[in-house]
Write a protein that binds this ligand. Structure first.
Ligand code: PEP
Ligand code: MG
Length: 589
């Protein structure tokens, strides 16, 4: 007799927004808030001792696994990535929680799993109400540990997959620190209910090459842990219980994409030049020091944007001058003679705060972020500048300031840089006296006065993620207005053109380091607008290299002229997309 498939085994397709290309096939692992209630049953008076023993055994098994995981990750990725497991071990040993669970077993007369679940939920609810964002973030770790202990109540054979096996993560939301701490070897993709293409979590996923889909409404409710699934980071789907045909389709697609990728990798050392001979600098954006090997693999020409605010992930504060010097020097020396553009701290907004705020800002994106924070905290700013300068003695380092909105800020930042140079010189500490100094053009006011800024700096790097947000007044991480976030808005095209022209007129180079630089649909437009450098996630480098090598600058310039006459974002996108499709259809998803 054939089995009637239960509803739980039917294929379900959940649609979201694709934010990081790629395909992953693996069982689902539910993260954070999604951890569901275990079965509950009465244990009777005699059962208390047995339940306590089951709880102790589950704790012991969890401890063993965490120690093993910590050591393994420390060996593969270093102490930083393994730190998270150390924190989990400490939670496991928190006597207050353990005692509470034991008490709950007795007082409720229910099984140990449910007692643990109830205690944890209570605890988590209290923590979610704490105004301190750091503490609120820790709830995810508690959920992680509880989930692991709950799993360890089950007999081994009933478990299809351990979290340290390959999996696709489904979460309500993920912070950049969650993403950075993930075991990347086993994480084949993630899907979240919140998030957007320009959030830092999505940027990190693209940098690390992890397929990702965001904005799947109700994903957590619809997903059961360990369900077989496929994540399609091209079209934005999470497919649960894929049928045999669906699986076959995706395996084939995965194979094709891998072939294209392998082919692109063979061009790693090919010159990045258009068919009519214009060389373009193609560099990489990085957030974490351990992405450096990816930069080398990609063949990028150095680092065009190092987001130093990600150093805040390791603690609540920026590391001190000595530690920053050590980190920047290591990177600069490894990259030498390729350049390393270090962006000074860009905290605030949707990024981590540099210090806890006494009260939440009414409008963080228009608030205390970027260069404003550095100018207001001169001691911290100077520690970072001195560290950058010290590193400049060991490689080709440049410094870049984020979120500048006017000349005053640039001059203040330059004054601090000069003061740091004098301090180091007085102590006979080596640094590059000719260090290049550039600014991000990501606030419309800066783009509009690019001609006034150009004589003050050595280069421009256009941060389109923020430039689009501020120009069209659309929050870059708000899913509800995501359809209004249009990088090809005519106003953006004008601002880019204006910035490039101002740079050209003053003999300085202009690059783009926002996410559109890695979007090969827009390469014709950006080249046509005269951009001379593109800085993109390491995983996007091979595709962008191929795109540039397939295009003629003369045709792109013509296209950009035509685009400048268009009134609608869609028309501009279509023009660029058409040229991209003609020259490299295999790269257009
Ligand atoms: C940008 O705004 O385009 C940019 C590159 O900076 P970030 O994404 O870090 O704000
Ligand atoms: Mg920015």
């Amino acid at each position: 007799m054939s089995e009637i498939p239960s509803k739980a085994d039917e294929e379900i397709v959940l649609q979201g927004t694709p934010v990081s290309a790629g395909i992953g096939i693996a069982p689902v692992h539910v993260h954070g808030r999604g951890f569901s209630a275990p079965e509950v049953y009465a244990i009777g008076r005699d059962g208390v001792a047995e339940e306590k023993a089951r709880f102790a055994a589950a704790l012991a098994k969890t401890r063993e696994q965490l120690v093993e995981l910590r050591d393994r990750i420390a060996a593969i990725a270093g102490e930083k990535d393994s730190g998270i497991f150390e924190a989990h071990l400490m939670m496991l040993e928190d006597k207050a929680i353990v005692d509470k669970v034991e008490e709950a077993i007795e007082s409720r007369g229910q099984n140990a799993e449910f007692a643990l679940y109830a205690v944890a939920q209570n605890y988590l609810e209290a923590m979610r109400r704490v105004p301190d964002p750091y503490l609120r973030e820790r709830t995810v770790d508690i959920e992680d540990v509880c989930q692991r202990v709950l799993r360890n109540f089950e007999p081994e054979e009933s478990r299809a997959a351990e979290p340290d096996e390959t999996h696709i993560l489904v979460a309500y939301d993920l912070s950049p620190s969650d993403t950075a701490a993930m075991n990347r070897r086993h994480l084949l993709g993630f899907a979240t209910e919140l998030g957007s293409a320009n959030s830092h979590t999505a940027i990190l996923a693209r940098s690390l090459g992890i397929p990702a889909v965001v904005g799947i409404e109700g994903a957590i409710l619809q997903v059961r842990a360990l369900t077989p699934s496929i994540i399609d980071g091209y079209s934005g789907k999470l497919i649960l219980n894929p049928s045999a045909e669906t699986l076959e389709h995706y395996r084939r697609l995965q194979g094709e994409k891998e072939r294209v990728r392998d082919e692109l990798e063979t061009m790693r050392d090919a010159e990045v030049v258009t068919t009519d001979g214009r060389g373009i600098v193609l560099s990489a954006n990085i957030e974490l020091v351990d992405e450096l090997p990816l930069v080398f693999q990609s063949g990028a020409k150095g680092v065009g944007l190092y987001r130093t605010e990600f150093l805040l992930l390791d603690g609540e504060q920026m590391p001190g001058e000595a530690q920053q010097t050590e980190i920047y020097t290591r990177m600069a020396a490894k990259l030498n003679p390729q350049p390393l553009i270090i962006r000074t701290l860009d905290a605030g907004g949707d990024k981590l705060p540099v210090e806890p705020l006494t009260e939440p800002e009414p409008n963080p994106f228009l608030g205390w972020r970027g260069i404003r924070v550095s100018i207001d905290r001169p001691a911290m700013f100077r520690e970072q500048l001195r560290a950058i300068l010290r590193a400049s003695a060991h490689g080709k380092v440049a410094v870049m300031f984020p979120l500048v909105s006017g000349i005053g800020e640039i001059r203040r930042a330059k004054d601090q840089l000069k003061a740091c140079m004098d301090e180091l010189a007085a102590k006979d500490i080596a640094f590059d006296e000719e260090i290049e100094m550039g600014v991000m053009i990501e606030v419309p006011s800066a783009a509009v006065i690019a001609d006034l800024i150009a004589p003050e700096v050595d280069f421009f790097s256009i941060g389109t993620n923020d430039l689009v947000q501020y120009t069209v007044a659309v929050d870059r991480v708000n899913l509800h207005v995501a359809n209004l976030y249009r990088p090809t808005h005519p106003a953006i095209v004008r601002l880019i053109r204006q910035t490039v022209e101002a740079g050209d007129a003053h003999g300085i180079w202009t690059g783009v380091c926002g996410e559109i630089a890695g979007d090969v649909r827009l390469t014709p437009l950006l080249l046509g607008l005269g951009v001379q450098e593109l800085s993109v996630g390491p995983h996007q480098v091979p595709r962008v290299r191929r795109a540039i090598r397939s295009l003629a600058l003369s045709e792109c310039s013509q296209l950009a002229n035509e685009a400048s006459q268009c009134a609608l974002s869609r028309e501009i996108l279509d023009l660029s997309l058409e040229m991209a499709r003609t020259h490299y259809p295999e790269l257009i998803d």
